[in-house]
Write a protein of this length. Structure first.
Length: 347
């Protein structure tokens, strides 16, 4: 069987740390035929680092000369639409790093191109494919915590990643830092919320970087079935990604940094129940740690990019639905537009 030819567009941090390594781990199925960046020296350096044969500075040249099966878009969001449309029109399937686009209008243009060209397009909502998140969805589908009543997310980012870099492209996003972290908390919420129509946002500045307007956010996404309450902060010296799902009969807590899930069952508070609960939680933690260790030992995927990219390739080989549809990507951007609109009223 011929390998799937993949071309990477945009040779920045996410391409180096996530996308290219994920494709290289699928070397039996995939060949990275080329990389492309508007800065040719960056493309050349990337090709040399990862052993890729060709480097380009112009997308049109790469598409015409390489004819890739997949174009993997790792550019800043404002370039996603033009790269995706040109790639699909040239005959390539497209994978896009989140967010899908800068606005709903651009999402609609891409969806229209999908329908016209019949090429596949998927958006990398990677945290949906972390093992704890997949397990949580399975438990909820089985009714293990009953009807969902609420959701809470904490997303903390090391300030050295973005805050301290005055010239980082994130500062140019509509919504600033919220344009980077916001899509994660939105698509995770949309996995369980129905029809978000109203959002609430409060924000403040806690650090003295003159090029940053806000670094701390409190958000509520109000769906028909429940509300997702969210804390985002970029002012810390560490990372946190926690998700809690509240049900009428129990609760699920996910630590997406440690890849651990804990299932809490509803019980009356007694001395005996406290002891049993403590034992149960400790057992789940030990089992989770051992499972993570076995994944490492046997080289099983743990990162969302690895799992999702494999699912995207399988969707092409087996002509199945992509792991994250363009419509799901669009809905994330629609809710993001609501958030940014509210955020602008705080300036």
């Amino acid at each position: 069987m011929n390998k799937i030819k993949v071309a990477i567009v945009g040779c920045g941090h996410v391409a180096w740390k996530r996308h290219i390594p994920s494709f290289l781990r699928l070397k039996n199925e995939v060949d990275i035929c080329a990389v492309c960046d508007i800065k040719y020296s960056v493309a050349q350096n990337t090709a040399k680092e990862f052993g890729v044969h060709k480097a380009y500075s112009k997308l049109s040249d790469m598409l015409s000369k390489e004819n890739p099966d997949i174009v993997d878009v790792c550019t800043p969001p404002q370039f996603h639409t033009s790269v995706a449309i040109e790639s699909m029109e040239s005959g390539s399937h497209v994978l896009i790093e989140k967010p899908m686009a800068s606005n709903v209008s651009d999402c609609d243009k891409m969806i229209s191109t999908v329908k016209k060209t019949e090429q596949k397009l998927s958006v990398v909502h990677n945290q949906l494919f972390y093992p704890p998140f997949l397990k949580a969805q399975e438990l909820i589908d089985k009714g293990k915590i009953g009807e969902l009543t609420g959701m809470a997310i904490q997303q903390l980012t090391n300030r050295a990643d973005y805050m301290q870099q005055e010239n980082h492209w994130i500062h140019k996003l509509n919504g600033g830092f919220l344009g980077e972290t916001g899509p994660h908390i939105v698509y995770m919420s949309l996995a369980f919320l129905k029809k978000v129509q109203n959002v609430k946002v409060s924000a403040r500045k806690t650090l003295e970087y003159p090029w940053v307007l806000f670094d701390d956010y409190r958000i509520e996404l109000e769906g028909e079935n429940m509300t997702s309450s969210i804390l985002i902060s970029h002012s810390n010296d560490y990372h946190v990604s926690d998700v809690s799902l509240l049900g009428r009969e129990g609760m699920i807590k996910m630590d997406l940094q440690s890849m651990l899930l804990t299932h809490y069952k509803r019980e009356k508070l007694t001395s005996w129940s406290v002891g049993l609960s403590s034992f149960n939680i400790a057992t789940q933690m030990i089992q989770g740690i051992l499972l993570n260790a076995s994944r490492l030992m046997f080289n099983r995927p743990m990162l969302g990019h690895d799992i999702m990219i494999k699912k995207f390739i399988d969707s092409i080989l087996n002509d199945q639905q992509v792991p994250v549809t363009p419509e799901e990507g669009r809905e994330t951007i629609r809710v993001m537009e609501l958030l940014v609109e509210k955020l602008h009223t705080l300036k």
